[in-house]
Design a protein around this ligand. Structure first.
Ligand SMILES: [Zn+2]
Ligand SMILES: [Zn+2]
Length: 281
């Protein structure tokens, strides 16, 4: 029986003769269902369609794992290496033997986790390949669409490995998280953020969303909560959910100035009113 994969979000479902009627991730207001209807695939189907894993070192001890061509939302995972084991973050829905071999060559896998449920992807498949623990925020664990006995839940902050801490930020989902990697960016610290903090195309700003595809913003108190959650941690760089963009330097200052600007817009104090000029305006 195949493991069914939602073609739109890349999340895996329990092995079954036939796929579920709907994807619970995609019918939620933060995601979307194609106008032509729900589509399902499998790892074999994706391989047959020509998808292959793409593995690339991004900086020392940080390896990106994506798919070429990209699958579903198209996130690339991040493998962080530490002397006491490795963490995989935001794995895409697709994986193949080449990706597993690359992780084995990098020292294997102690734990696998994700920024939020849209990126749970192949998390269970990775856990099974390495007998790795799956770390999910208590608040979002019910979104995991393929049950696994390897799930451990957490909340607040969780030191996972030396110099590697999961931080619950909320916002996009109540359990939306960042991973803080102290050795990243040459020792200045890096944040792995997925959809919790979005890096913008110019690599000079960040933004926040409740739904990216449906263009729904976060309320002010949620934006403030994200900034406050990461405030105690030093970081110079932010890796979002895709190969690019990356906020390569001065990331803490950019996060704070971007949040201030975002809140000015929410309050209607920036960017003009957008109203046409005319009588009574
Ligand atoms: Zn889906
Ligand atoms: Zn998302």
């Amino acid at each position: 029986m195949p493991v069914w994969i939602c073609a739109t979000c890349g999340n895996h479902y329990a092995a079954a003769e036939s796929p579920p009627a709907a994807c619970v991730i995609c019918t939620d207001e933060r995601q979307w269902v194609p106008p032509s209807g729900q589509r399902w695939t499998t790892l074999d189907g994706l391989r047959a369609a020509g998808h292959r894993s793409l593995v690339r070192e991004l900086e020392p001890d940080l390896i990106g794992i994506g798919a070429d061509p990209p699958v579903a939302i198209g996130q690339r995972g991040l493998l962080v290496r530490t002397p006491e084991g490795n963490l995989l973050w935001d794995p895409p829905g697709f994986l193949d033997q080449a990706a597993i071999e690359a992780v084995r060559d990098a020292g294997g896998l102690a734990a696998v986790t994700a920024s939020h449920p849209h990126f749970y992807g192949s998390i269970v498949e990775w856990s099974r390949a390495f007998d790795a623990v799956i770390l999910l925020p208590e608040a979002d664990a019910h979104w995991l669409t393929r049950p696994s006995p390897s799930v451990r839940t957490w909340s607040g902050t969780l030191p996972v490995l030396p110099g590697l801490t999961l931080i619950q930020c909320g916002g996009h989902f109540p359990g939306s998280a960042c991973a803080h990697w102290a050795a990243g960016a040459g020792g200045g610290g890096a944040l792995l953020t997925g959809d919790t903090i979005f890096v913008t195309p110019g690599e000079d700003r960040v933004t926040f969303v409740w739904s990216a595809p449906n263009r729904l913003p976060l309320p002010e108190r949620a934006v403030r909560a994200v900034v406050e959650a990461v405030q105690p941690f030093p970081f110079d760089r932010i890796y979002g959910g895709w190969w690019e963009p990356v906020l390569r330097g001065d990331a803490k200052r950019v996060l704070e100035s971007s949040a201030r600007r975002y809140i000015e817009f929410l309050r209607g104090n920036a960017g003009g009113t957008g109203l046409p000029a005319g009588p009574g305006r």
